[in-house]
Write a protein that binds this ligand. Structure first.
Ligand code: OAA
Length: 161
């Protein structure tokens, strides 16, 4: 699928309830651009539910993880990123940190995260799936469409391209 986020902004800003993310993310993963239908997840310093969701085989989906912006551990590393690739996830946007960034950068998936952190998260299994999550100035809902490239991230209620 061919798109650029500047083109999408030029074409759709003010329509389709287009939302444009604040530029707070770093890019990881081998694919610098990705898009797909959103699945939301809200977790905090605990990634058991993240693994459960990434174990599902999907098509054309991007996982949006509200990790509360924590800079105290990593929610995702090489193993989970590999699992996501194998199961068809196009991308993962993490409002939080990841680790194993060199390994993650070799995988054919798009990742956005705030930072890297070397420590793994807790394993308690808390969190919520498919709820409204809000970060970077965007309200994300399961079923919305997200488009990310080297210039930014935009979200619409419907598929744009
Ligand atoms: O297992 C974890 O907590 C995260 C991780 O390091 C990985 O995905 O490789």
């Amino acid at each position: 699928m061919m798109f650029t986020t500047p083109d999408l902004c030029d074409r759709y800003s003010g329509t389709h309830h287009l939302q444009i993310a604040e530029p707070i993310f770093r890019r990881f993963g081998g694919n610098s651009a990705f898009s797909g239908c959103v699945t939301t997840l809200k977790i905090f310093e605990d990634n058991v539910l993240l693994r459960t969701v990434l174990e599902e085989k999907v098509e054309d989906r991007v996982l949006v993880v509200d990790g509360g912006g924590s800079h105290r551990c990593a929610l995702l590393g090489g193993n989970l990123a590999k699992l996501a690739c194998d199961n068809g996830w196009q991308g993962i946007i993490v409002y939080g940190c990841i680790r194993d960034s060199l390994e993650v950068n070799r995988l054919p998936i798009g990742i956005r995260a705030l930072h890297t952190h070397p420590l793994q998260s807790h394993k308690k299994s808390g969190g919520d799936r498919d709820t409204l999550v809000t970060f970077a100035g965007i309200n994300f809902r399961t079923g919305y469409y997200v488009y990310a490239d080297e210039d930014g991230i935009v979200v619409a209620e419907d598929r744009l391209v």
